[in-house]
Design a protein around this ligand. Structure first.
Ligand SMILES: *[C@@H]1O[C@H](CO)[C@@H](O)[C@H](O)[C@H]1NC(C)=O
Length: 493
C-alpha cells in the first residue's frame, strides 16, 4: 500500500512495474589477489597474502592464489565476461606490489602500469566503467615488516600509493574506493580465531590501531583526490563498508541492539557523521574497559580534534557491501561474546540468525535476509543524510552446485529490496554483484563459489563459464527488470 502511495508522487519511470530507472547501474566485482595469479612475475614483490599462504600452519597453507583465475594473463576473458553480461560497472582492485615493488613510490613498475592500463582501456572500449579499489587487503610485505596497519606511518605510505594511482589512472577511472571493508580487514587480520593475513594475533590492541590508521589513511587519499584530481576529472572517492544489519529479537532489546550495531559500524562514524570521531557511546565503553584492564589509555585510539576534522566528510558517496544480517538477543548467564573483534567489549549481546532465514550450503555465516539490505540504506539516510549509495558488493556463496538457483534467488530478492529503496526515495544508484567470476575466497580457498561465471581451475585454460545466475543477471540488465521469468528460476525455491 505504502509503495503505491509513494509512487504517486514519484516519476512513473521509477515506479512502473519492477523496472529500474535508466540511470541505475549494474556491475560485478573481483579483487586482485583473488583472481590475478602471476604472484612472482616481473618486478612484483610479495604481499602479506603471498607470505601468509606460503607459510605453514595457516588455513591457506595448502592452497593459494599463486595462479588463481590467471587474470593477469587472461584479463581479456574477464572483460569479455563483463561485456557479455552487459555490465555498466566492473569493480576490481589494484595490487600495491605490482605497481610499487618496494611499497614506496620510489619505483613504479612499467609492467604493473601496463597491466592495469590494458584492463582499464579494454573495459572502456566495451563501454564498461571501471570502479577501482585501491586496497583490497594486499599490503606489501615490506610495509608489514615495518608494522603495517599498526604503524601510524602507513597513513603516508598509503597516501603516496594512492597518489601514484590517481596520477596514472584518474583520467579514465572516475569511481574509486580507497579501502575494502576496514572492519573485516582489521578484525580478521588481528583476531585470534580467524585466518587472514598477516596472521598477527593481537585482537586487543593491534586491531584497534589498525582501525584508526585505516580511517586516517582513507582520509589522506580522499583529500589528495579532492584537491588535485576532482577539479579536473570530477570523479568520486569513498570506501567499501561491510555492514551486517541487526534487529532485536524482541522490543525489549532495542537499546542493546542499537549499541551492538553501533560497535559493528563504528568505522563509518568518523567519516560520515556530522560530529566526526568514533560514536561517543562506543568511545566511552572502551575508555572504561581499558582502564579496568590496566591499560594507560584507551585501546580504541581517540581522534584528536584536528584529526577528527581531517577525516570528517571525506566521502563522495557511500560504498556498501552487504551479505547478511543478525538478530540481537541478550547473552545467557556466563555466555561470552566478542563482536565484531575478539578484543571488543562484551556488550552482553549475542548475534543469532532468525530461524526462518535460509543459510548457504557452504558459507556458514551467510543467512539470507534481503530486507536487511534496504534497512541499512534507510539507516544510512536517517543517520548521515541523503547520500548517494552504491552497493559495492552483494552476493551469494555456495559449494558450486549447478544450476545455481539459489544464487538467482538471492540476487532477485536483493534487487527487489533495492528497487523498493529507490521507491522510498533513497539515492541508491548502483548494484555491484560479488563476484564476476569465481575467486580465491581467502581462508575458504576455492571451496566457496560466488561467481556469476564459474572458473574451471582444473583446466589449464581456466575457462570462464557462464552460470545460470549470470544468465539471469544479464537478462535483468537487458530488461532492467528483476522479476523476469527465466527458465532457470525454479518454482521450488
Ligand atoms: C613463480 O612461482 C611458481 C610457483 O607458483 C614457480 O613454479 C616459478 O618457478 C616461480 N617463478 C619464478 C621466476 O620465481
Amino acid at each position: 500500500m505504502r509503495t503505491i502511495v509513494l509512487c504517486f508522487f514519484l516519476t512513473s519511470q521509477v515506479c512502473s512495474g519492477h523496472k529500474f530507472p535508466p540511470w541505475f547501474k549494474f556491475g560485478a566485482a573481483t579483487s586482485s589477489y583473488q583472481i590475478e595469479g602471476a604472484w612472482n612475475v616481473s618486478d612484483k614483490t610479495q604481499h602479506i597474502w603471498d607470505t601468509y599462504c606460503h607459510s605453514s600452519g595457516n588455513k591457506c597453507s595448502n592452497v593459494n592464489a599463486d595462479e588463481g583465475a590467471n587474470s593477469y594473463y587472461q584479463w581479456r576473458d574477464d572483460i569479455q565476461a563483463a561485456a557479455d553480461l552487459g555490465l555498466d560497472y566492473y569493480r576490481f582492485s589494484i595490487s600495491w606490489t605490482r605497481i610499487l615493488p618496494t611499497g614506496f613510490p620510489n619505483k613504479i613498475s612499467d609492467d604493473g602500469v601496463r597491466y592495469y592500463n590494458d584492463l582499464i582501456n579494454g573495459l572502456l572500449e566495451k563501454g564498461i566503467e571501471p570502479v577501482v579499489t585501491i586496497y583490497h587487503w594486499e599490503l606489501p610485505q615490506s610495509l608489514q615488516d615495518l608494522g603495517g596497519w599498526t604503524n601510524e606511518l602507513i597513513r603516508t605510505w598509503f597516501a603516496d600509493y594512492a597518489r601514484v594511482l590517481f596520477s596514472l589512472f584518474a583520467d579514465r577511472v572516475k569511481i574509486w574506493l580507497t579501502i575494502n571493508e576496514p572492519l573485516i580487514m582489521c578484525a580478521a587480520a588481528y583476531s585470534e580465531h580467524t585466518a587472514m593475513a598477516p596472521g598477527v594475533r593481537d585482537p586487543n590492541y593491534g586491531a584497534f590501531l589498525c582501525a584508526k590508521n585505516t580511517i586516517m589513511a582513507h582520509a589522506h587519499a580522499w583529500r589528495i583526490y579532492d584537491e588535485l584530481y576532482k577539479p579536473k576529472y570530477h570523479g568520486k572517492v569513498s570506501l567499501a563498508s561491510q555492514i551486517f544489519w541487526m534487529e532485536g529479537i524482541n522490543d525489549e532489546v532495542q537499546q542493546l541492539t542499537e549499541l551492538a550495531f553501533k560497535l559493528n559500524v563504528m568505522y563509518i562514524y568518523p567519516i560520515f557523521s556530522k560530529r566526526g570521531g568514533w560514536p561517543v557511546e562506543i568511545e566511552e565503553i572502551f575508555v572504561e574497559l581499558s582502564k579496568k584492564e590496566g591499560y594507560s589509555s584507551s585501546r580504541l585510539p581517540p581522534f584528536t580534534d584536528e584529526e577528527r576534522e581531517f577525516v570528517k566528510g571525506t566521502y563522495d558517496y557511500f560504498g556498501l557491501n552487504y551479505y547478511t544480517s543478525r538478530l540481537v538477543r541478550p547473552t545467557f548467564d556466563g555466555e561470552k561474546t566478542y563482536w565484531p573483534f575478539r578484543g571488543s567489549p562484551d556488550l552482553g549481546a549475542a548475534l543469532v540468525p532468525d530461524a526462518s532465514w535460509r543459510v548457504s550450503d557452504n558459507v556458514p555465516w551467510l543467512y539470507e535476509y534481503p530486507k536487511g539490505l534496504r534497512h541499512i540504506m534507510e539507516w544510512i539516510k536517517k543517520e548521515f543524510g541523503d547520500i548517494e549509495i552504491i552497493i559495492t558488493e552483494v552476493g551469494y556463496g555456495d559449494s558450486g552446485k549447478e544450476p545455481d538457483h539459489k544464487r538467482i534467488r538471492y540476487h532477485k530478492e536483493h534487487l527487489e529490496q533495492v528497487h523498493l529503496a529507490i521507491q522510498e526515495g533513497i539515492r541508491v544508484t548502483g548494484y555491484i554483484a560479488w563476484s564476476l567470476i569465481d575467486t580465491f575466497e581467502w581462508e575458504a580457498g576455492y571451496t566457496v563459489k560466488f561467481g556469476l561465471y564459474k572458473v574451471d581451475y582444473n583446466d589449464p585454460s581456466k575457462k570462464r563459464k557462464l552460470r545460470a545466475s549470470g544468465l539471469y543477471y544479464a537478462d535483468v540488465i537487458k530488461s532492467r527488470d528483476f522479476d523476469i521469468k527465466h527458465k532457470y528460476i525454479s518454482d521450488e525455491l
